[in-house]
Design a protein around this ligand. Structure first.
Ligand code: PLP
Length: 405
């Protein structure tokens, strides 16, 4: 693995100062910083071959279409999907889940049907399903979590019935960091012929993803959380589902033949890609995936787990600090509260020290309700962070505590 100095020099923003202090960026769960190769890939599109994809016969259009389709192939091999046609580009995780919730609802959901999510979900994996349930007269069921922030599998098994049509869960919680036992969840659903969507927004960047081993029916993630650009995401779906589902958007490129009487749709994956796609961002995401592959997903996972246990040790030594989410299996995210201090105050003071953390409900209000709290402070660590930065966070927290004592 590259050494840490070399890794950090790949990310130009990490060298900047904030309020004249070195930036300590610990908000990677919200979005990650971009390596120079991603920035270069975007510049290269705009400076050398920008043209709309799949539309023209001219040289530039050919070049950009080829780069876009190469990005699709890169995503396919990155997640080990069986076929390139099973990889749909979207605007992000939110776009992917909304799309499936709409299409699946239209095709398969009837009044009285049920679908299952968990109490750990990000709003992006709650609200689209709620909207679907409202539209179709279906019922949303929620798998409860225990005090450690882990899904209670026995309760999940009880929720699976002949009325269940789909299950949709995150592979890792953005609010608590819990890694969810998706294999057990998928196997139990499949035993009853129920498909499963896995929200990989907080997991795909932390280790190897093998769709075929996981055997989920749908898998979604966002480019910007895996060191790629904003505005691009992935919706993987098994061919047997995607070929049956109706498109969730209509427009250019997703059609075969259009007349005023009837329109027939394009083949996969184009059926689900209406209008001008964010091909620039897809090409940028390809560079990001190449970058993490070059570092090695196993190396990334090992380094992040080491940083997580270091951070756990440092933070749990602080009197008055409570960590929310204490599963044995976590991504490198720590959510915490300081006794008697509002998370916004903690976040604002840390900010003045150059330390970027996230405060609030993390788009997971039901998780906060579960613990009876308004929000937390969240440090989300990734492989370009250092133990020195965790020390800076620890001293910053100690300063906050002393200011309020
Ligand atoms: N799902 C999870 C678990 C997330 O953490 C997030 C974003 O934080 C999302 C979905 C939504 O991702 P995006 O805003 O990139 O669509």
């Amino acid at each position: 693995m590259k050494d840490i100095a070399e890794i950090r020099s790949d990310f130009p923003i990490l060298a900047r100062k904030v309020y004249d202090k070195p930036l300590v960026y610990l908000d990677n769960g919200a979005t990650t910083q971009k390596p120079q190769c991603v920035i270069d890939a975007l510049t290269s599109v705009y400076t050398t071959y920008n043209a709309n994809i799949h539309r023209g016969v001219h040289y530039l259009s050919d070049k950009s279409s080829e780069a876009y389709e190469n990005s699709r192939e890169r995503v396919r091999s990155f997640i080990n999907a069986g076929k390139k046609e099973e990889v749909i580009f979207t605007s992000g995780t939110t776009g992917s889940i909304n799309g499936i919730a709409f299409s699946f609802g239209e095709r398969y959901i009837n009044p009285g049907d049920e679908m299952i999510i968990s109490h750990l979900e990000h709003h992006a994996n709650i609200v689209p399903w709620q909207m679907m349930c409202e539209r179709k007269g279906a019922v949303l069921r929620v798998i409860p979590i225990n005090d450690n922030g882990e899904i209670i599998l026995e309760e999940y098994y009880k929720l699976l019935t002949s009325k269940t049509r789909i299950v949709s869960v995150a592979q890792a919680s953005n609010a608590l960091g819990t890694i969810v036992p998706v294999r057990e969840i998928i196997d139990a659903a499949h035993a009853m012929n129920i498909p499963v969507l896995i929200d990989g927004a907080q997991s795909v960047q932390h280790g190897i993803t093998d769709i075929q081993t996981m055997n989920c029916d749908f898998y979604v993630f966002s480019g910007h959380k895996i060191y790629g650009p904003t505005g691009i995401g992935v919706l993987y779906g098994k061919e047997k589902w995607l070929s049956e589902l109706p498109p969730f958007q209509g427009g250019g490129d997703m059609v075969d033949k259009v007349t005023f009487e009837k329109t027939t749709y394009n083949e996969l994956p184009f059926k689900f890609e209406a209008g001008t796609m964010n091909y620039t961002a897809a090409i940028g995401m390809c560079a990001a995936l190449n970058y993490v592959l070059d570092i090695g997903l196993e190396n990334i996972a090992a380094r992040e787990q080491e940083l997580l246990s270091y951070a756990n040790k440092r933070l749990s030594g602080i009197n008055g600090l409570t960590i929310y989410g204490n599963s044995d299996r976590k991504i490198s995210t720590i959510s915490f509260l300081l006794k008697g201090i509002h998370p916004y105050d903690t976040g604002m003071i840390l900010d003045k020290l150059g330390i970027a953390v996230r405060t609030g409900t993390h788009c997971a209000q039901p998780v906060m309700d579960r613990y009876g709290i308004d929000g937390t402070v969240r440090a989300s660590i990734c492989f370009y962070n250092t133990k020195e930065e965790i020390d800076a966070l620890t001293s910053g927290i100690e300063m906050v505590m002393s200011m309020f004592s």
